[in-house]
Design a protein around this ligand. Structure first.
Ligand code: PLP
Ligand code: COI
Length: 361
């Protein structure tokens, strides 16, 4: 089967420049969408076909469409940054393309070839380049590739048709407070993922399952949830939309990938960036008890969360059913701030791309 090329059908009515600029000046997260989107279909026996870049707009679905009943869906998240020379570059899109295929395999879906994933990003960004916020600020263009089962009927089986789509949204800080430490609720009653489950796939169901604990966190005055492993309920895994890392002076430890943790691209990048800056960065095991004790003894100096949407976010107060503790003084810790700045400088094209992570459009 051959890889289709993307047919361009530009919008006859793009948003006027003034409205686009107003949206980009105060974007929030995922509230505004660019003028276009990519759609590519897959049908059993035919493969990938009808690749198009079309005006952004609603879909029409039969009520029996598989995804609406059985949740066969996957997605990705990555960002495009305006570079100092005005060009646009993506951060490690090949890693997202690979993870998208891994997620598809786990969810028994068709695997989008990596070159088609990358071609969809190039097509949308070339058409909607004006939507990439200016260089130098906190803002970037968040890209959301996703795919779902479009077969109709109520039988439970892997679908014989899928729709891949790509939409884009100018984004600012993921948390309303900007870069100030967030408050964490440790979920002791609910888990995010189980061994052998779908925790390492980026599938909508994982996020649906996180909403009740997230509401519980909000009821306890917290911004985010941190989950423990499902079997022993002692080991820290990750949060609902970010990985987590612990800073012991100049040693950084992030939970080792167990199959129930999402393999974050920011996490992987920060392990490298931290080493480049001279820190020791490793994967390991941190238990909730150790977290509490090491915070009390002062050995644990900072804790941060990381992900595409949240970048690097310091963790301040940690709340559990049996008490709470706080890291730092309400401002980001030194190591957290240094890592955040180093990663953002690279993504914004201010420092050298030593690892070949940036892909120019
Ligand atoms: N963990 C979960 C559950 C996530 O949803 C995300 C966000 O994508 C991450 C971790 C961080 O992954 P990445 O750095 O690739 O965005
Ligand atoms: C991301 O960081 O890209 C995420 O997927 C987080 C979230 C908005 C689900």
């Amino acid at each position: 089967m051959t890889t289709p090329t993307i047919e361009l059908k530009p919008s006859a009515h793009p948003l006027p420049a003034a409205q686009r600029e107003a949206a980009m000046a105060n974007p929030g997260f995922g509230r505004h969408f660019t003028d276009h989107m990519v759609t590519i279909r897959w049908t059993e026996g035919r493969g990938w076909h009808d690749a198009q870049l079309v005006p952004y707009g609603p879909l029409s679905l039969d009520p029996s469409t598989h995804v609406l009943h059985y949740g066969q869906e996957i997605f990705e998240g990555l960002k495009a940054y305006r570079q100092p020379d005005g060009s646009v570059a993506l951060f490690r899109p090949e890693a997202n393309a690979r993870r998208f295929r891994n997620s598809a395999r786990r969810m028994a879906m068709a695997e989008l070839p990596e070159e088609l994933f990358l071609a969809s990003l190039d097509a949308l960004l070339s058409q909607d380049a004006a939507w990439v916020p200016p260089h130098g600020g906190e803002e970037s263009l968040y890209l959301r590739p996703f795919m779902f089962a479009t077969e109709t009927g109520l039988g439970v089986h892997p679908a014989n048709e899928y729709l891949y789509m790509l939409i884009a949204s100018p984004s600012g800080a993921y948390f309303a407070g900007g870069v100030k430490p967030v408050t964490i609720w440790v979920s002791e009653d609910h888990v995010r993922a189980v061994p052998g489950g779908t925790g390492d796939a980026k599938t909508g169901g994982n996020y649906a399952a996180s909403l009740l604990p997230q509401a519980e966190a909000a009821a306890h005055g917290c911004d985010q949830v941190v989950y423990l492993d499902a079997v022993t309920r002692t080991k820290v895994e990750e949060s609902g939309s970010m990985n987590i890392a612990f800073v012991y002076g100049d040693r950084i430890v992030t939970p080792a990938l167990t199959g129930s943790i999402l393999e974050g691209i920011t996490r992987d990048s920060l392990l490298q960036v931290a080493r480049d800056l001279g820190y020791t960065a490793e994967e390991g095991v941190v238990t909730l008890q150790q977290w509490r004790e090491d915070a009390a003894s002062g050995a644990l100096t900072e804790v941060f969360a990381c992900g595409t949407a949240a970048v690097v976010t310091p963790i301040g107060t940690v709340r559990t059913k049996s008490g709470e503790w706080t890291h730092g003084d309400g401002t980001p810790g030194t190591v957290t701030a240094r890592l955040r700045e180093a990663l953002l400088s690279l993504q914004r094209g201010v420092t050298e791309d030593a690892h070949g992570w940036m892909r120019r459009i």
